[in-house]
Design a protein around this ligand. Structure first.
Ligand code: ADP
Ligand code: MG
Length: 162
C-alpha cells in the first residue's frame, strides 16, 4: 500500500502505550505547534495529551478541561490544553479568546477539534483516535504543512525503531 509521507497510522494496546506515544510527540514539539485531536468520548484524547505534556516536560497530571476551556501545563514550553467538548455553536469559538494561544509561542493541543474544523490554521498535526476494543486504539496522524509533515516523519522513525 502506498502511504503519503505525512500520514502515520499506529495501534496502541493500552493507555500507557498511548501516553508513551504522546511523550514522543511532546519531546519533538516546538514553539507554536498545533495538534488537533479527534475521536469519540473515551477514545483517548486526554490520555494522549497527558503523554504530550510529559514529553514537553510537565510533571503533573492532565485532565479534560471540560469545564474550563483551557488548561496550561508549564514545561520547557507551555502546553495549552484546549477542549471544545462544550462548544455548541461554531460561531461561539471566535468569542472564546483562544487565538492568543493558537498564534502564540506555546504548544496547543485541542480536543474535539472537529467541532470547528475551519477555524484552525491550515498547518497542523491532526490525530484521529478510534476505539477498536476495550484496550486497543487506532491512531491516525496527518501532518498538514511542511513543519507537520516533518514531525510525522520523525515520529514514524522513532516509533518504528526496535
Ligand atoms: P477522551 O479524552 O478521548 O474522552 P480519555 O483519554 O479521557 O478519552 O479516556 C480514554 C479511556 O480509555 C481511559 O479510561 C483509558 O484508560 C482507556 N483506554 C483503554 N485503552 C486505551 C488505549 N489503548 N489508549 C488510550 N486510552 C485507553
Ligand atoms: Mg478528553
Amino acid at each position: 500500500m502506498i502511504k503519503e509521507d505525512n500520514i502515520f497510522e499506529i495501534p496502541t494496546h493500552n493507555p500507557e502505550q498511548t501516553q508513551q506515544f504522546g511523550t514522543e510527540i511532546g519531546k519533538l514539539a516546538q514553539a507554536g505547534d498545533l495538534i488537533l485531536l479527534v475521536g469519540n468520548l473515551g477514545a483517548g484524547k486526554t490520555c494522549l495529551t497527558q503523554g504530550i505534556a510529559w514529553g514537553v516536560g510537565f510533571d503533573g497530571y492532565a485532565s479534560s478541561p471540560s469545564f474550563v476551556l483551557v488548561k496550561e501545563y508549564p514545561g520547557r514550553l507551555i502546553l495549552y490544553h484546549i477542549d471544545l467538548y462544550r462548544l455548541d455553536d461554531i460561531e461561539e469559538i471566535s468569542e472564546l479568546g483562544i487565538d492568543d494561544y493558537l498564534y502564540g509561542e506555546g504548544i496547543c493541543v485541542v480536543e474535539w477539534a472537529d467541532k470547528a474544523p475551519d477555524y484552525f490554521p491550515s498547518e497542523h498535526l491532526i490525530i484521529s483516535i478510534e476505539h477498536i476494543s476495550e484496550s486497543e486504539r487506532h491512531l491516525r496522524l496527518q501532518g498538514n504543512g511542511p513543519r507537520y509533515t516533518h514531525l510525522t516523519e520523525q515520529l514514524k522513525e522513532k516509533w518504528n525503531l526496535p
